[in-house]
Write a protein that binds this ligand. Sequence first.
Ligand SMILES: [Zn+2]
Length: 168
Amino acid sequence: MVHSPSPQHRIPAKSPRFPAANASETVKQTLVEMEALCRARRARLTPIRRRVLEVLLCSQKPLGAYDLASALASHGRRMAPITVYRALDFLIEQGLAHRIASRNAYVAGTGNRGTTAFLVCESCGDATEIASPEVAATVLKVLTERGYQPHARILEITGRCAHCQDIH
Ligand SMILES: [Zn+2]
């Protein structure tokens, strides 16, 4: 975890962590698993979608669409934001990415298309996914009872992570 101070809560537009060549073995392994998941669902993980997912997997923090576009620049040309948004739509539909509304930013998902919750730190910007079957079951029960059709099932709890509480 990188916990550098960021007074404006801005996510840097460019980071040396992004180049595909530096992707760790864990990221490569995860990409292989996500490719298999997409194949099983007969969903096409195109090269662009795969690259967007890879950048999200490599990032320690939620990334905005424009940060993604910059990170995906090739030969000095930034990827068109519409291309990034389309790739994100696919990834979100497949549970491979989630949008953190409070930060207007995206994080990689595990392929789970059900309800999931995030603890979002207002100091360092960290967003930690909490995989809780109990929370998911409770939300599903409430939705079913009310006949409600959710557009997204991402719960966000904002506050300060344990690390950021320690340093103040
Ligand atoms: Zn924090």
